[in-house]
Structures are given as C-alpha cells and as structure tokens.
Write a protein that binds this ligand. Structure first.
Ligand code: ADP
Ligand code: MG
Length: 693
C-alpha cells in the first residue's frame, strides 16, 4: 500500500515510521537522506538464517543459526574475563562467549530460557562456541521458526544497527511506493528490459523464499543493477573529462637544451619507453588545457625519472611543480633523487615533510609561496595544509592507487587559481587491465611504460614452508657475505599496526641472534619519521645488511643493491600487494630472489596466488590472473578495484558488461542528456560533487 504521494526518488527518510532524530543524523552521515538512498543501499552479503541447525551438527569455521535452552551461565574470571552461556537442544551443546556485556544483559540469561543465535562457530576450550553471537530470546511457541529468506547484511552501519536498516528498508520497499521509483535507464539500453528497476532492488533486499545466493533470479537482479552502477560511474567520469577538456591551463614548453643536459648526466640511458612517455607528456604540457595523464609502469620500470623530466619542462617555463607521494618515506626518497638529478641544473627543491617544524617549516612554505622553490615534495599533507604556490603548473601524484579517485579530483580543485588549472600527471605501478582502464580511469589519458631498464633478470621466486625457515636464514648469511642486501618482510592478518610492529621487532631480534655477522636494521610504521629515515638512509648506504620491515616498505622503496627478499606468512597477502613488495628487489643488475615463506596448511586460493607469483613477475599478467581467480566466491561484494568503491558492481565479475556499459553511456549522453545527472546522483551520490568542477 502506498500511503505517500511523493515519489520515493525525493521522499525524505524522515517520512518513514519510527525513525528517531539520532538515527536520521547517522543515516545522513552515511549519505542516506531519501527513501531512494535507502533503496539503493544494497546488501553486500547475506546470512543464511533459513535453517536452524541441531547443535550436534555445527561445524567450526562455519556460520550457523542454532537454538537451545540455557543450561548454564557463568563468568570466567581467568584469562580474559568473559561471560559464558551454555545452551543445549538434546543433540548437543554450544557455548556462547561474551567479552563485552552489561549487567542487564547478563541478568536476562536465565536457565531454561530459549535462545536463538547466529554467528561463526569455532572450536573453543569447552567444544564448539560462538563469540558475541547475534541472539534473541524466543518463546516456546516460536521454537524452530527460521527466517523465510536470506538475511541481507548492509555495509557502513556505524552507529546504525543492521536491524534498524533492515526495518527501514523493508518499510521503504513496502510502503513508500517503491514501484514508482523513476527508472532512468531507457528501455532500449537496458540489457534486462524484462526486469524492472524496483523489482531488481526488491529481489536483492529480500531474496525470494528458498532462493540461494547463486539462484538465477538474484544473479539477474544483481547484474541489472551492476550494469546501471557501472554506467553511472562511466557517465560521471566522461562528463568530468569533457569539462576538463574546456578548462584552461598554462601552456608549458620545455627547454630542449636543459632536458638534454639532464639526460646526459643520468647514470644510465633512458629506455625507449621512457623516451616515448616523456614525449607524450611534453606534447600534453604544451597545450593550454590541463593534462590528465596516467603513467602506468610496473614496479622498477623507472617512473621517477620520467616525472623528473616532466618537472623540468614545467620549470623551464617558469612554473612550479608539486609532487605528492603516499608516504613520508617515499617523499624523502623522491626528494633525494630529484636533488641528485636537478640540483646541478639550479633547481631548488623543498621537502614539505610532517617533520618540518617552526622556522624551518615557515621558511620552506615561504620559498614555495614566493616561487623561490621550483619543486615541492610531500605527502597528501601538501594539499591538506595551507600550502600556497606562487605559480603551480604541474601536479605529479606517485603511486596513485593509494589515493582515491575523489582525492585526486579534489586535488585539482585546490591547485586551480583564477580559472587556470595545473596539469596533472599520475604515476602508478598498479597494472590496469585494458577493460578496467576504460572505466576506472575514463577521465585519464594513458601512457604505458612497458619496458624494463636493461640488464634486469626476472626475480627468482620460491615458495617455502616455515618449517624450513632455518635454511632460509642460513641463505641470508651467504647472500650478505657476497655483499648483497636483504629485506625481511613481516606480515600479520590483524589490522593492528601495533601487533605488526611487535612481530617485526621479534623477527629482527631472532635474526640478529641467528646471524651475528649480519648488521640487522628494523623499520616499521610506529617509529618516529626521523628514525625511519635514518634506518632507510643506512640501508641505502649499505651500513645495514638485512632490513626487517613491515609492509611499510611496500611502495616505491628503491635500493638497487637489495636483491633478496623474504616475505613471512606470504599466504596472508593478496597478489597485488605481494607483487608490489617483490618489486623492491630486482631493481639493479644481477640476479634477485624472493622467498615466500608460508604457514601450512595453505587454502586453495592462497596456493594459487603463490603459484602465480612463482611463475610470473609481470605485473600485467598477475593483475589479469588476480581478476580471474577472485570474484565467483560471493555473489555480492563491494570491492576496491583500482580506485572506485562500488555498491554492487565488481569489475572482476562484471567485466563482460563493460563494453555494453561504454556504448550505453555514449547513447545516453547523445540521446538522453537529461537523464545523466539523475543517474549519477543516484549511484555516485556525493562523490560526484568533485566532478561538478
Ligand atoms: P618505479 O617505476 O618502480 O618507480 P624507479 O623510478 O624507482 O621505479 O626506478 C627503479 C630503479 O631503476 C631506480 O634505481 C632507477 O634509478 C633505475 N632506472 C630508471 N630508469 C633506468 C634506465 N633507463 N636504466 C637503468 N636504470 C634505470
Ligand atoms: Mg616509484
């Protein structure tokens, strides 16, 4: 029954029943203000609560819904204080463990009461248990009554309970006239004209009874919406690109003589690819419209020197250059390279690091503001703080997969002055398969740095179980004796940086004990920037033989003499990250090795990842394989591929749609321009704001 006359497109959430002011405010923070926003807030996975499993049949490692009577309630004071509740159903028993609970909660757990719980079962001290289950008390009459359909799980619910979202979305579906939601996709362009927009939404929010995640109707609904989402993103980026095309930028012409001197003084000859890409950049910079170019080159392909050449061109026509690196370490490294290359040409370079304080900072900022500094290097703080440029002509962003698409667009805005925009050069090692490049980077021109500097032999990669760690350690001793350097990388599943740093500290200690002749250094995210820099400097200078590190060294570090890398617990990392890490070795002439240590047993997926790395060290091949092996596991899933966060599309799974999406975008822009804005608003939402420039 539709009791609202307004269209759900614009109907405020406040018009639904039982939404408090606090919930409204929180929803708004998630970007949800209208009923339409709620309807497009899609589940990213489902829980199967359609069955209630006998307690005797639950398996550790799997989520389960169970029901039983409370037999025992006690607080365990030993170890970490916890409330334990045991339930039983005649087929078996299960323990519920609560580390956080209130007295009121505890008081409700009375022996004999019936509980229904959902959560992941693990093997505990007393047998199977669930930590912090989702639970409810059920009356005897309701025993064994499971949900009729899969339960949606919604993303981004900080402060807003799943149950609240489910309730509101159910209202939005049933009572606000969801069927009147405007379908902006012209029928001829929809690949699924038989499936209406609101029907697809309803299918995903409330899968039909008996359907599983893999059922064809859910797949069709998902694809119908993924198509539309991809289309909205494509439209947003194409429109942005069109606008950029008519904006003004300074036409920057390099000085061939300076460039020649720069190239001559390099300790190596540029590769053909480097020369080609530099020429592509120069051609862009010479135009009076902003360059938006992405240089994609695998790790070690030599992007930094390309950036320096681009900077020289801007400097030659009296403009400044800003270089943004994802970490302080990398900013410092760039600063050293740039000084080495450009100092002889009379260029002043400042490092705007977070470490600069007081007078030093003030004078660096002044040098930038007055134009005495030609190049300013820093992290994103470069743009967050009030750094004023005298005449900024070029912004270079390194390792851009670390920055989101919207951060990048925002950055353009900040660099603009009086309607003149700086040129933008973006460098990434993330290989972007062509199909994806079309979408995620639709606003950028692409230059490929597809040639490695000469003399590089592929990194020899071996996969070894931790049981043979001692052999690996011995090999490090031999390697160091030959005058080469080594990285030892520690990983942890936990997000906790602290734990990761502790693990690295421990490894460093053990390695130093095992290898008394080896000079061991340690670098991790919790050290002070000055300490990190000092360690990195000594490693570069050869005063440290073995650098134990957390994944902080993942991007950009360049120490050509380091030619052996050991990655502990390599099975925990994704392909792209492993490839990036491994890219720290094999950067100089001579052989290089990478040892992937793993803790058995390996899951099938981890085994496959490690095998791919062993067989290839071509970032492009690895990215393609990564896409191929990811995906089919779950039906839904917001994933960060490249740089866009999708609600429902997954570039790995939906890549087959991309060509149709591109065509539909063209047709829409040509034949239905008035539908472009609402589609972008619906799917890209606030993020599209930057594209309004
Ligand atoms: P990335 O593309 O990963 O950023 P870098 O710019 O750090 O790579 O370069 C990797 C290493 O290769 C550096 O030590 C750099 O000095 C060196 N290098 C760059 N270009 C060449 C070249 N044409 N010939 C030989 N060495 C090169
Ligand atoms: Mg680099």
């Amino acid at each position: 029954m539709a009791w609202h006359s307004g269209s759900p497109d614009t109907l405020p959430i406040a018009s639904l029943k039982g939404v408090g002011a606090q919930t409204l405010a929180r929803l708004q923070r998630l970007g949800l203000t209208t009923v339409q926003d709620l309807l497009f807030h899609l589940p990213f996975r489902y829980e199967d609560r359609t069955r209630i499993l006998p307690l005797g049949s639950v398996k550790p490692g799997e989520p389960a819904q169970v029901e039983g009577q409370i037999e025992l309630v006690e607080v365990l004071p030993k170890g970490r204080r916890a409330l334990i509740v045991r339930i039983a159903d005649g087929t078996g028993a299960l323990h519920l463990r609560f580390f956080h609970y209130t007295a009121a909660q505890q008081g409700q757990f009375l022996r004999g009461r019936r509980l229904r719980c959902y959560g992941e079962v693990r093997e505990g001290y007393f047998g199977p248990e669930i930590t912090h289950p989702d639970y409810q008390f059920v009356a005897e009459g309701e025993a064994g009554r499971a949900e009729p359909h899969l339960t949606p799980v919604y993303p981004l619910t900080e402060g807003v309970h799943q149950k609240t979202l489910r309730r509101l979305i159910a209202q939005a579906l049933d009572q606000s006239g969801a069927e009147r939601l405007t379908d902006w996709l012209p029928e001829g362009l929809s690949p699924y004209p038989q499936l209406k927009l609101w029907q697809a939404l309803r299918l995903l929010h409330r899968p039909p009874a008996g359907s599983s995640e893999a059922s064809p109707e859910l797949s069709a609904a998902r694809e119908r919406l993924a198509f539309e989402e991809l289309l909205a993103h494509q439209l947003s980026l194409s429109r942005f690109r069109q606008r950029v095309r008519v904006q003004a930028a300074p036409a920057l012409r390099g000085d061939p003589e300076t460039l020649r001197r720069f190239v001559e003084h390099l300790p190596f000859a540029l590769t053909g690819a480097q020369r080609r890409v530099i020429a592509e950049i120069e051609a862009d910079l010479a135009l009076a419209r902003p360059m938006m170019r992405l240089v994609q080159g695998d790790v070690g392909s030599g992007k930094t020197v390309v950036a320096a050449a681009a900077a020289l061109t801007a400097l030659a026509s009296g403009h400044q250059v800003a270089i943004m690196a994802p970490t302080e370490l990398l900013a410092e490294q760039h600063c050293r390279s740039f000084r080495q290359w450009l100092d002889p040409l009379g260029v002043t370079i400042v490092l705007l690091s977070g470490r600069l304080k007081g007078e030093q900072r003030k004078s660096a900022l002044e040098a930038v503001a007055q134009g005495r500094a030609g190049v300013a290097i820093g992290t994103h703080a470069l743009f967050q703080e009030r750094v004023v440029f005298h005449r900024l002509g070029l912004v270079i962003i390194d390792e851009q997969h670390r920055f989101g698409v919207h951060q990048r667009l925002a950055l353009r805005e900040k660099g603009s002055r009086g309607g003149i925009y700086p040129h933008q050069l973006i460098m990434t090692a993330t290989p972007i398969p062509r199909t994806l490049a079309m979408l995620g980077y639709a606003d950028l021109d692409l230059s490929l740095l597809d040639e490695r500097p000469p003399g590089r032999i592929p990194v020899n990669t071996v996969v070894i179980p931790t049981a043979r760690r001692a052999d690996v350690v011995a090999r490090i001793g031999d390697w160091v004796a030959k005058g080469r350097q080594v990285y030892w990388v520690c990983t942890l599943i936990e997000e906790s940086e602290l734990l990761q740093c502790q693990a690295a500290e421990k490894s460093a200690r053990l390695l130093a004990e095992a290898l008394p002749a080896v000079r061991v250094g340690l670098i991790h995210g919790r050290q002070k920037p000055a300490d990190k820099e000092a360690v990195m400097q000594s490693f570069k200078a050869g005063a440290i033989d073995l650098l134990v590190a957390t994944t902080v060294i993942e991007v950009g570090m360049d120490v050509p003499n380091a030619s052996l890398m050991v990655i502990e617990n390599a099975e925990r990392l994704g392909l792209a990250q492993l490839h990036q890490l491994r890219g720290r070795v094999g950067r100089g002439p001579g052989e290089a090795h990478c040892v992937l240590l793993y803790q058995p047993p390996l899951s099938a997926a981890a085994r496959e990842r490690l095998a791919i790395l062993r067989e290839s060290d071509d970032g492009f091949v690895i990215a393609e394989k990564d896409l191929a092996i990811r995906g089919p596991g779950e039906l839904l899933g917001t994933r960060q591929t490249g740089q866009i966060q999708f609600r429902i599309a997954d570039l790995a799974r939906d890549r087959a749609l991309l060509e149709a999406v591109r065509q539909a975008a063209e047709a829409l822009l040509r034949d239905y321009p008035e539908r472009v804005e609402p589609l972008i608003r619906r799917w890209v939402g606030d993020a599209a704001h930057y594209a309004e420039a």
